[in-house]
Design a protein around this ligand. Structure first.
Ligand SMILES: Cc1cc2nc3c(=O)[nH]c(=O)nc-3n(C[C@H](O)[C@H](O)[C@H](O)COP(=O)(O)OP(=O)(O)OC[C@H]3O[C@@H](n4cnc5c(N)ncnc54)[C@H](O)[C@@H]3O)c2cc1C
Length: 195
């Protein structure tokens, strides 16, 4: 029997694979939204979440009523994706319009974080990640018990992950040919695109 390919093996454009774990960690540190995929009773759901990445683990939090978080707390398998869109690529050919991106796909199983001190530390770190420099006790009240009670904190230790990216300019067959009419260029998006 042939050895099955790992779930995280990049099949299309394998030359666009980025280094794991280093480039993957950088993307997971920068991305603001994780798309969390779970299969509940055979139905796939993909739900956006804020998240924290630390030492090979993704941390999510939210209401104790959250269906996704309850499933993860009970050990559900997850596929979690994050993407940074760096630029749009305009080409002189329809099929070579593209996107410069960096993205990561992670596989793992959820687990409830139960220890109260860890739960608080994770939530505090999560706020610090989104609001660098914001300090409990100085910029906001330290997390109170009544805020902890309705909050689930789950961790997803990453079993496998892949990172992929596209960089550079248009690659269409006419893009470097000035005698061919049309427009080929990099269109920046994100904070650097705001003029
Ligand atoms: C950028 C961003 C960050 C978020 N961060 C968090 C977080 O850290 N913690 C947290 O608990 N929640 C977060 N949310 C809200 C989260 O996406 C879910 O709406 C919420 O957690 C309820 O999840 P659930 O699994 O109970 O969904 P359910 O309410 O059970 O979902 C039922 C159905 O509602 C629809 N639905 C659910 N969520 C969305 C959505 N966001 N957009 C469109 N349709 C939706 C889908 O069709 C889904 O199948 C975030 C949302 C966004 C956009």
């Amino acid at each position: 029997m042939p050895t099955p390919r790992p779930r995280s093996a990049i099949r299309r454009h394998p030359e666009r694979a980025l280094a794991v774990p280093d480039a993957a960690a950088e993307i997971l540190d920068q991305a603001l939204v994780a798309h969390v995929g779970t299969a509940l009773d055979g139905q796939p759901f993909v739900i956006p979440f804020t998240f924290l990445y630390r030492d090979g683990c993704l941390y999510l939090h939210g209401s104790t009523a959250s269906r996704t978080l309850k499933a993860l707390a009970a050990g559900a398998a997850a596929c979690i994706e994050v993407t940074l869109v760096d630029a749009l690529i305009a080409s002189k050919s329809a099929e070579t319009h593209s996107v410069n991106y960096r993205s990561v796909v992670c596989f793992g199983r959820g687990r409830l974080v139960e220890d109260e001190q860890r739960r608080r530390a994770i939530l505090t770190e999560l706020i610090g990640r989104y609001f660098p420099g914001r300090t409990a006790g100085e910029h906001y009240q330290p997390i109170e018990d009544h805020e902890m009670k309705p909050t689930l904190v789950v961790e997803v230790p990453i079993e496998e992950l892949s990172a992929k990216g596209r960089f550079g300019g248009p690659l269409g067959p006419f893009d470097a040919d000035e005698s061919i009419p049309g427009d080929a260029r990099i269109v920046p998006v994100g904070p650097e695109a705001v003029g």
